[in-house]
Design a protein. Structure first.
Length: 221
């Protein structure tokens, strides 16, 4: 009988505890730190349009949310990290520096677009390279074994997603540092080499032979 009384008392205590918890919000477990690691891996790059108030050492950026952000770009200018030039209305990519409001790198995204080639390292008699297009589309130029698919900028680096054709069509993600970007020149660097590209030019046939004007004497027998 005593055992039944103890059991009934324990069940009553459990029921009272459960009833006391009903309708109350349960506390959220403390963050174990994994989310902090995930935040650190996020790309801090800011995308937007160059504003009218941009000056030599100050960049006005209207980001994709419509907010206006002002960056100090004096350090980026000194280190040659303002790539492709600045002009109001052009789309820019900004990599923030360690200090708030300071840009470590600015890339003119529009200046990257186009066809870029360099001499073929195998013979030097032909050109090879890639085409960077709107919407993240990339295509190879005279690349027989490597098929370019997409491109994007990741923390200031240029990334290509490619397929190595033959032998299983192996996927490749190739990352490059952008060393310089001009109207007709692009210099990229990976862990092993530096690559110097120029814009693909339309080759025109030139001839030193000048044709004489046709006269009536040319048709006389």
């Amino acid at each position: 009988m005593k055992k039944l009384t103890i059991l009934a008392t324990a069940l009553f205590a459990i029921m009272m505890t459960l009833n006391g918890c009903m309708g109350k919000t349960q506390p959220v477990p403390f963050d174990n730190g994994d989310s902090l690691d995930a935040e650190a891996l996020k790309d801090p790059t800011v995308y937007g349009i160059c504003g009218q108030e941009t000056a030599m050492n100050t960049l006005q950026l209207i980001n994709d949310l419509g907010d206006t952000i002002v960056f100090d770009i004096s350090e980026a200018n000194e280190t040659g990290k303002v790539l492709g030039g600045l002009q109001a209305g052009e789309r820019l990519v900004v990599v923030p520096g360690s200090q708030e409001g300071v840009a470590a790198m600015v890339i003119n995204q529009g200046a990257l677009l186009g066809d870029w080639v360099m001499p073929n390292p195998l013979d030097g008699s032909s050109e090879m390279g890639f085409s960077i297009k709107e919407g993240g589309i990339a295509e190879g130029i005279e690349q027989s074994s490597l098929s370019y698919k997409t491109w994007k900028l990741v923390k200031g680096q240029l990334e290509f997603y490619c397929i190595r054709e033959g032998g299983g069509d192996q996927e490749e993600y190739n990352m490059y540092d952008i060393i310089s970007l001009g109207p007709d020149s692009l210099v990229l660097k990976d862990a092993d080499d530096t690559y110097r590209y120029g814009r693909l030019q339309e080759h025109k046939l030139d001839s030193d032979i000048k044709l004489e004007d046709v006269s009536e004497d040319d048709y006389r027998i």
